[in-house]
Design a binder for this molecule. Structure first.
Ligand code: GLN
Length: 388
C-alpha cells in the first residue's frame, strides 16, 4: 500500500475537528470551534441567493475576484482605515482567510527563510510554513495579560527573517495589539526589511474603546504589509469561505501568482453578496458589537461562576481561561474532562505552540462565545459544577 506524503505524515486531524467529534459524541455544549451557531444576516444571504439565480454567477469568477468585490474591499479599507488601495492591482479574493494566508506565504517567502510566528498562533500557520520549507521562529505572548516581551521579539529578528505573521485581534488570546505594540513590530520590520503578513479577520470585533489598528496604517508599513481578512467572522457566514488579501501591488502580485494555482478563483455567487456585506452602514457594525458585547459578558459570567480565571478579551469571540484552581492536569486532559464529564467543549491551546513553549498554554482552555445567549447561559450552569 503506498504511503502518504512526508509533509503531512506527522499531522493529525485538526484540534477543531477532534473536539467537534468529541462534543457530538458526549452531547456537550460546543464552545470549541469558533463557529457561530446562529445565521448570518438575512439580507446578505438573500443577496447570495439572488446571485445564484440570476444566471450570471455560476461559472468561474475572475481569478483575482470580481471587480465589484475588489472595489468593495478597497472602499471598506478606505472607509474604516483610510487606506488607499488599488482594486485592480492591490486586492485579491481568496477561498477564505486560510487560503489567503497560505497563498501569501507561497507568494512571498522562500524556502529556508525565517518567519516569525507569535504564539499562541492559529493552527494552520506552521504546517503552511513547513510545506514551503520556511523556518518558523517563535515568540510567545506572556500570560496573564498576553503581552510580548520586547527583547524576545527583537531577538527573533535576524538577517534571515523574511516575514512576520501577525494576528490582531488575536485568536486565541482575545488580545488586540495596541499602537505601541504594533509600532515595536513595525520598527523591527523596517529595520530588518521584513514583510508583515497580517491576519485581521476579527477586525470588526473589538470591545469598548479598544480600536483595531491595521499595521499597514503605521508609518513605513504600507509597502511591506499584506493584510488578510474575510467575510466569515464579521458577517457570521464562516461556511462561505470568502476571504481577501490586500496590500502594495508589488507584494500582492506574488500572492496572486500563488493563488491562481492554489484555488484559481473563489466562489463566484458569494462575491456579489460579500460586496453587499462590505457596504453595510455603520449601524450594522454597531449592532454586531452590541450583540457580541452581551455574549462576552455572558461568557465572563459563566467563567467567573466556575472558578476559571480569565481576563475579558479586548477582541475576537474567544477567551482564554486559566483552570489551575479547579483541575489538576494539562490542557488536553482538561478539555477532555470538560467535554465528557461537565458537558462543555473547549479547545486546549497547547496545540498553538511549538513544543518548547507548549508549557505556557498547558493551564488554559480556549472558549468560543459566538453562540446563542441561551447556549452561553446553559454552559454557565454546567461550568458551575467545576467550582471546588
Ligand atoms: N477560526 C476557527 C477557530 O479558531 C476555526 C477554523 C477552523 O476550524 N479551521 O475556532
Amino acid at each position: 500500500m503506498p504511503a502518504i506524503a512526508n509533509r503531512v505524515a506527522s499531522l493529525g486531524t485538526t484540534v477543531f475537528t477532534e473536539i467537534n467529534d468529541l462534543a457530538l459524541k458526549h452531547n456537550a455544549i460546543n464552545l470549541g470551534q469558533g463557529r457561530p451557531d446562529f445565521d448570518g444576516p438575512a439580507d446578505i444571504i438573500a443577496a447570495e441567493v439572488a446571485a445564484l439565480q440570476d444566471g450570471k454567477h455560476n461559472q468561474y469568477a475572475p481569478g483575482a475576484g470580481t471587480l465589484n468585490m475588489r472595489k468593495a474591499i478597497a472602499d471598506h479599507a478606505g472607509r474604516f482605515y483610510n487606506l488607499d488601495l488599488d482594486p485592480n492591482t492591490g486586492v485579491i479574493v481568496t477561498a477564505g482567510a486560510t487560503e489567503g494566508i497560505f497563498s501569501s506565504l507561497l507568494g512571498l517567502v522562500n524556502a529556508g527563510d525565517e518567519v516569525i510566528v507569535i504564539e499562541p498562533y492559529f493552527d494552520s500557520y506552521v504546517p503552511n510554513l513547513q510545506w514551503i520549507g520556511a523556518m518558523p521562529v517563535y515568540v510567545p505572548l506572556r500570560p496573564p495579560a498576553w503581552t510580548l516581551d520586547p527583547d524576545e521579539l527583537r531577538a527573533a529578528f535576524t538577517p534571515r527573517t523574511r516575514a512576520i505573521l501577525l494576528n490582531t485581534p488575536q485568536n486565541p488570546t482575545g488580545r488586540v495589539f495596541t499602537y505601541a505594540e504594533l509600532k515595536l513590530i513595525a520598527d523591527l520590520c523596517i529595520e530588518f526589511d521584513v514583510i508583515c503578513i497580517s491576519d485581521e479577520v476579527y477586525e470588526h470585533l473589538t470591545f469598548g474603546e479598544t480600536p483595531h489598528i491595521p499595521i499597514a496604517t503605521l508609518p513605513g508599513m504600507v509597502e511591506r504589509t499584506v493584510t488578510i481578512s474575510s467575510l466569515g467572522k464579521s458577517y457570521s457566514v464562516t461556511g462561505w469561505k470568502i476571504g481577501w488579501v490586500y496590500g502594495h501591488p508589488a507584494l500582492v502580485t506574488g500572492v496572486q501568482r500563488a493563488h491562481q494555482y492554489v484555488t484559481f478563483a473563489a466562489h463566484h455567487p458569494a462575491q456579489t453578496a460579500a460586496a453587499y456585506a462590505l457596504s453595510q452602514p455603520g449601524t450594522y457594525y454597531e449592532d454586531f458589537l452590541t450583540m457580541y458585547t452581551a455574549k462576552r459578558d455572558l461568557m465572563m459570567a459563566a467563567l467567573n461562576g466556575s472558578g476559571l480565571k480569565a481576563f475579558a478579551p479586548e477582541g475576537t469571540y474567544f477567551v482564554m481561561a486559566d483552570f489551575r484552581d479547579v483541575f489538576d492536569g494539562d490542557d488536553v486532559a482538561f478539555a477532555r474532562y470538560l467535554t465528557t464529564e461537565i458537558g462543555v467543549a473547549c479547545i486546549p491551546p497547547s496545540v498553538f505552540y511549538c513544543p518548547e513553549h507548549a508549557e505556557i498554554g498547558r493551564r488554559f482552555a480556549r472558549f468560543a462565545f459566538c453562540k446563542g445567549d441561551d447556549t452561553l447561559r446553559a454552559a454557565g450552569e454546567r461550568l458551575a459544577k467545576l467550582k471546588r
